[in-house]
Design a protein around this ligand. Structure first.
Ligand SMILES: C[S@@+](CC[C@H](N)C(=O)[O-])C[C@H]1O[C@@H](n2cnc3c(N)ncnc32)[C@H](O)[C@@H]1O
Length: 288
């Protein structure tokens, strides 16, 4: 059973209410200032995850805060970030459709703020590894910080690398995950790194990117190429007013997946030319 007692350097998910919630690292002797009082970390260390505590000074503030163990979705939504990040629902589908799990060896580009990197790192434990690359020094710095705070350094390497032009010197990896502006230009290189049956997952916000990526994947022999979009709706549950919340994130992005195959021509059956579907509009009855 993992320890449930909060220790020095642990990350806690501190909740005041629906809107005010923070991912905080506890340091003995330190504190966290909110406009509803101060949280002294010495009041937190030694407590159980799942406890409550009160802001100081008790006489003038004394607000109740909940202290939870952060979930992967909390890392994503509350970590320091500057780039567009992957949302929890998309990260969930990436995990299931790439098959990334304990022991997987994965290439990721770009790491951005490291939100998806932390999710992937969390799931490849205890023996897998995420090799994550970016071309922007600021992204690399932020992602390294977020990975360190999540205590995932042993399972994640963040390094400078251009997935389009560099030789990453990796082979037989289980999965490659792309979240970058021009994924279609990376497809040919990605093939060299993947093992047969390995998976590629690519996240793109626009259909134009998806069309180019899918086309590049098909040209390069990927099979099982599929694109999905997820829309998550949070439900407001109130007596006599239970319905989807009015405000929501209407679009995150599209997810494209495919598998690498060791393909050869079929020597037993002749390839028949494809018959193009043609719909003639001649003589079609029109409404007057
Ligand atoms: C949208 S961000 C990724 C966000 C990340 N998935 C997250 O959850 O925080 C895209 C990143 O791709 C990086 N990038 C763009 N082209 C790249 C390339 N050729 N090789 C590696 N990284 C690249 C950018 O610098 C940027 O940081």
């Amino acid at each position: 059973m993992s320890t449930h007692i909060i220790k020095e350097n642990d990350l806690i998910f501190l909740i005041l209410d629906e809107k005010r919630r923070w991912l905080v690292q506890v340091k003995s002797g330190g504190n966290f200032h909110t406009h509803k009082g101060i949280i002294e970390f010495d009041d937190v260390i030694g407590k159980k995850f799942g406890s409550v505590l009160f802001s100081r000074p008790f006489e003038t503030q004394g607000y109740k805060f909940y202290v939870l163990k952060p979930l992967p979705s909390d890392y994503i939504l509350h970590m320091t970030r500057k780039t567009q990040i992957i949302y929890p629902e998309d990260a969930g589908l990436i995990l299931l459709y790439t098959g990334i799990g304990p022991g997987s060896i994965v290439i990721e580009a770009g790491c951005g703020s490291g939100a998806l990197t932390c999710i992937l790192g969390n799931f490849v434990r205890p023996k897998g590894h995420i090799y994550s690359y970016d071309i922007r020094e600021k992204s690399l710095k932020r992602a390294k910080l977020n990975v360190k705070r999540a205590k995932l350094d042993d399972f994640v390497s963040i390094q400078y690398g251009d997935i389009l032009n560099d030789d990453l010197k990796l082979e037989n990896v289980d999965a490659v995950v792309l979240d970058m502006a021009t994924p279609w230009n990376a497809i040919k290189k990605v093939l060299n790194y993947l093992k047969f049956s390995g998976t590629l997952g690519s996240f793109s916000p626009t259909i134009e990117q998806v069309k180019k990526t899918v086309s590049a994947m098909k040209i390069n022999g990927f099979i099982e190429v599929n694109t999905y979009e997820l829309i998550k709706r949070r439900i407001q549950v109130k007596e006599n007013a239970t319905r989807p919340e009015v405000r929501m994130i209407g679009h995150t992005g599209y997810l494209t997946f495919g598998r690498k195959l060791d393909n050869i021509e079929n020597p037993y059956r002749e390839r028949k030319p494809k018959v193009n579907e043609f719909i003639s509009l001649d003589n079609m009855p029109l409404r007057g």
